[in-house]
Design a protein around this ligand. Structure first.
Ligand code: 3PG
Length: 210
């Protein structure tokens, strides 16, 4: 397994962030680190994404900063150019996957069905985002869909929170979990980075109980 993906598997939680202001990336990275979560997935859901990735990576070289909601090859290329260390896509996109493989960029494509998983395996990928985890049927669905795929690891994302995080992390096929619950938008807009640290520390504490 790729070294970056392995590190995400040790951290076990990937905070998912949509930043309106790129400047927020620096104090946010500090707050996540202080809470014990040295990684972030900054999503291309906002125009500030590329600049935010660049700023967070530059200010916090000890963090693993990736790009999320990557929908096009152009976004993947931009993400790599500004220092993203991994790429996450919501679904399986062959063009984005092929570009990442050709440029040695770690990618966890989104899957939900056996057909999606087959496509990923055909490309040699075996660490996959499982999205949208809760809406699709949660742990029961994940167990059923993962059963035929012994070597595949999943990163459930979508509806993960403090309440269900431990249950997901205990599953042998779960590599890590993604979630936005430690980076609530209202906290970021109000500059309440102490709340990010507090919730990150609570999430990191849950990991230690697994
Ligand atoms: C994502 O961008 O992958 C999801 O929107 C994160 O889901 P959550 O907000 O329910 O954690």
């Amino acid at each position: 397994m790729n070294d970056i993906l392995q590190q995400l598997g040790h951290i076990k939680i990937i905070p998912i962030i949509a930043l309106e202001e790129a400047e927020t990336a620096v104090p946010l990275g500090k707050a996540l680190l202080a809470g014990g979560l040295p990684c972030a997935e900054i999503t291309f859901r906002t125009a500030a994404a590329a600049e935010a990735i660049q700023k967070m990576s530059a200010a916090h070289p000890d963090m693993l900063v990736g790009a999320g909601t990557v929908l096009t090859v152009a976004q993947a290329r931009q993400a790599k150019a500004v220092g993203a260390q991994f790429i996450v896509t919501p679904g399986f996109d062959t063009a984005v996957v092929d570009w990442c493989l050709a440029h040695e960029m770690p990618i966890t494509p989104g899957v939900i069905t056996p057909t999606d998983i087959n496509q990923a395996l055909a490309k040699g990928l075996n660490v996959l985002k499982f999205f949208p985890a809760e809406a699709a049927g949660g742990i029961k669905f994940l167990k059923a869909v993962a059963a035929p795929y012994g070597g595949v690891k999943f990163i459930p994302t979508g509806g993960i929170n403090e309440t269900n995080l431990a249950d997901y992390l205990r599953l042998p096929m779960v590599h890590a979990c993604g979630g936005s619950f430690m980076v609530e938008k209202s906290w970021l807009s109000a500059g309440q980075f102490d709340k990010v640290t507090e919730m990150s520390a609570r999430a990191a504490a849950i990991v230690k109980t697994i």
